[in-house]
Design a protein around this ligand. Sequence first.
Ligand SMILES: [Fe+2]
Ligand SMILES: [Fe+2]
Length: 460
Amino acid sequence: MCPIPISNPSSDDDIRVHTDSDSQSSLRVFAISDIHTDCAQNMQLMTSLSSTEYQNDVLIVAGDISGDLSIVQATLQNFVSKFKLVFFVPGNHDLWCKKHSGGDANSSIDKMYKVNKICDQLGVLRGPHLIEGTENSQACWIVPLLSWYHGSFDTEPDLHYLDLPPVNHIMRDFYSCVWPTGMDASGERVAQYMDLLNDRATAQTPSGRLTGKRLWQHIRDSGVPVISYSHFLPRLELIPEKRFLFFPHLAKAAGSRFLGERVARLSPDVHIFGHTHFGWDMVLDGVRYIQAAVGYPRERNNVNSPLGIGASTKEPAPKEPLLIFDSTGDGRFQSELSAKWSDYYKTHPREPSNLRLASWVRPHYQKEADEWERAQASDLDPAAGVSVCGSDAKMQLSQPPLTEVTRTMPQSTSSLLPSIAIPDTPCPGDARRFQGSSGKLDLDKIQTYLKQIQCKQIQC
Ligand SMILES: [Fe+2]
Ligand SMILES: [Fe+2]
């Protein structure tokens, strides 16, 4: 049980009730995430979407518009003008509340309610909603799920031989969000709190207005297609393993076990997610998981970007929403799409016990990787060489055309982590490399690390 009371910081916090009384003959459902329209190029992409093509369609926006409320408002207003129905759930960027992040709220909870208010004023939906069927079209449920990440979501072995900075000292969220006393984002409480808010969802159903477990059971048993969505990852299998990532700890700030359990109970046909900026389309235990992130221009402009999702792995990152479902006739989902990483995992099992860095990551950690491999080799039959965790040949064969998982915002290191003081906490044992002479974490050393992995800041 979450020790944080689920109180009502404002009167507009109820997840909005909505019915689709204005049925139509056909309707398509599109999805998109991580549009980051505080980037001018991204705003341009979204405002240039057709003003006529989607007028009878639904758009799911799976979080990460901006830390700036005025940009959130302008972006949602733009979508409302182009689509019949717009759904939204906040991502981490949307709950940044500190001024240096473009935020303007006392806390990230306060910020969430301000975002909710904007949604309600614009008619953007943020609760479960049944799109009713007609003679010519299939009904479907659209189900937003609030969530936040927690480190214990990552249950796979760490690359123990690397000195990596703790996630809460390197992810921008930890500097740009403020949580009430008792809600330590380094633990599970924020993730648990956000998950429990979903129990307050209310919706009109053919059986009347339902809430809580009765609503969730009704949706699950409704017999119509169900599309749920969240910003964060419900399953660890939706992110590449540590050895493939420039920042191997990314999974500690990416997903939620609470969300995963909720999705498993709901058992939707499709679950849309975002946050990691990896294109994804994969079925796990009967649920199809899709990510169609827009990401940042530098990610889209990289020919090897893992953002893309489409007919082939050469597909560029989505510049417009991805078609998920067409209600015409009996209703049908988009056929399964290619994306670099989900294609990889369709033919390769996860090997979390394989601690050997991928060839494109290794140069960033050369010294530590060399030392570890020498130690591995000396512990084994010398004839085995260093191929203790998979051969080079295997790595080459299995290597997806990967680029980066790190993100850039500030253009100079002087603007990195603005107005931030390193927390007055002892340097954790797993971060010796970042320890200053006082025994505390040293910001300069963290900046040096970020440069080493060619990143100015980590944010998804
Ligand atoms: Fe995100
Ligand atoms: Fe994002």
